[in-house]
Design a protein around this ligand. Structure first.
Ligand SMILES: NC(=O)c1ccc[n+]([C@@H]2O[C@H](COP(=O)([O-])OP(=O)(O)OC[C@H]3O[C@@H](n4cnc5c(N)ncnc54)[C@H](O)[C@@H]3O)[C@@H](O)[C@H]2O)c1
Length: 383
């Protein structure tokens, strides 16, 4: 019988629900070395918290994250709060000797992300994780394996877009539109994911941001619960060009005002021997162009990455071939890999820790500086 892993969660809304489901499902679908116990949940809204805890199976709940972060019963603290509230709970949990899983971006600002990276380094007994969940869509994990096997050869281009359209003028002034709470807008929210994916898939690091442009299209939004407007001071869209140490050229595009797109998280890699493309809205599929087949038959193949017999990542833990997976499975796959990693076992594909997520944050910062100063920024300047 595996021993218990007591988990505490801070945040009860969007990610709170996604993570609760993942922790609750992990042992049902994976044979893991520990049994996850949903021990304690925390959120700001005391009226809703009891119902949330009961629905997802959390044993206890509190509105004070300080109590949860230091709760001696907990082995792991999961931080799923707005970006300004990653630093304090994650630091407190690390100081209390716990493992920490934190939502992305690691923090709203580079300085806070650096503090987290350094604290994680000091906390020798703790392991850290960042919820870059898209790594664990099986099609993305398969793409990484193919790149690592050399199926693309040297990568020439990375083309990444993360387009949404909910940032219309009537969207209220939530934390996501306030710099002091979010750090940045579409950039930190969406480019964080595709920069992580680009680094993860290529296994390479960005060396320079050549240029970036940011735009806030909607300057005022309604303050929730009032009829007053307030200032929206984050980017609604940010685009940038970059190059990798290995020579690949890359473009990144994040928007909350890309009319017609809902959650269009897509990345394409073009290499000397082939190309790969992933689009989250068809998340079970990986498009693969194998140039080595020659011009007669080379073309884009659509691989439905759900085959246990085909050795597709995570496939044997779920359903028969092409009985498709959804958004939540990426989180459950990650929860399972976190439990494995805590016990020193290998995750199916690499897990991002705070040091890894800090590297993504440096790229995000370089693009912010580039957009603000209208200059190229070498990553060596961003520490
Ligand atoms: N991995 C992903 O794909 C993904 C998707 C969405 C959001 N996120 C990230 O997850 C984090 C949370 O985003 P969300 O969409 O869940 O936000 P949300 O607004 O839906 O939920 C935020 C939660 O934080 C809680 N909270 C806020 N202040 C608190 C406090 N002082 N004490 C206790 N609880 C507090 C709120 O009660 C709420 O439950 C952000 O960092 C965001 O960038 C990641």
């Amino acid at each position: 019988m595996p021993s218990d892993l007591f988990v505490g969660l801070i945040g009860q809304k969007f990610m709170g629900r996604a993570h609760s489901n993942a922790w609750g499902q992990a042992n049902r679908f994976f044979d893991l070395p520990r049994r996850v116990v949903l021990q304690a949940a925390c959120g700001r809204d005391g009226d809703e918290l009891g119902g949330f805890a009961a629905r997802f199976g959390w044993k206890t709940w509190t509105t004070r994250w300080e109590d949860l972060a230091s709760d001696p019963k907990l082995d792991l603290v999961d931080v799923a709060t707005p970006n300004h509230l990653h630093l304090a709970p994650a630091l407190a949990a690390l100081e209390a000797g716990k493992h920490v899983a934190c939502e992305k971006p690691l923090a709203g600002t580079l300085s806070e992300a650096r503090q987290l990276r350094d604290a994680a380094k000091r906390a020798k007994r703790s392991k850290t994780f960042v919820w870059f969940n898209y790594r664990r869509c099986p099609a993305v994990a398969l793409a990484r394996q193919l790149v690592a096997e050399g199926r693309l050869g040297a990568i020439r281009h990375v083309r990444a877009t993360y387009l949404q359209s909910w940032g219309t003028p009537d969207a209220p002034l939530t934390w996501r539109f306030q710099k002091k709470l979010a750090g940045s807008g579409a950039h930190g929210d969406l480019n964080a994911h595709v920069v992580d994916l680009a680094r993860f898939l290529t296994g390479d690091e960005i060396h320079e941001v050549h240029g970036a442009v940011a735009r806030t299209f909607v300057m005022e939004r309604g303050i929730p619960g009032t009829d007053k407007p307030g200032k929206s001071d984050v980017d609604d869209a940010l685009l940038f060009l970059a190059s990798f140490k290995g020579g690949a050229l890359a473009s990144f595009e994040a928007s909350r005002v890309a009319t017609g797109h809902l959650n269009a998280n897509a990345i394409e890699l073009n290499g000397e021997h082939g190309a790969l493309r992933f689009e989250f809205e068809s998340m079970n599929e990986l498009l693969f162009h194998d140039q080595t087949l020659g011009p007669r038959t080379a073309g884009w193949r659509r691989i439905v990455a759900t085959s246990a017999a085909g050795g597709h990542p995570y496939a044997r833990n779920w359903w028969p071939d092409a009985h498709l997976l959804g958004y939540e499975h990426g989180f459950t796959n990650m929860a399972a890999d976190v439990v494995r990693a805590i016990e020193g076992q290998e995750p199916v594909v690499p897990l991002p820790d705070f040091a890894d997520a800090f590297e993504t944050q440096r790229v995000l910062e370089a693009a912010l500086v580039s957009a603000k100063e209208r200059i190229a920024v070498r990553l060596s300047e961003i520490r």
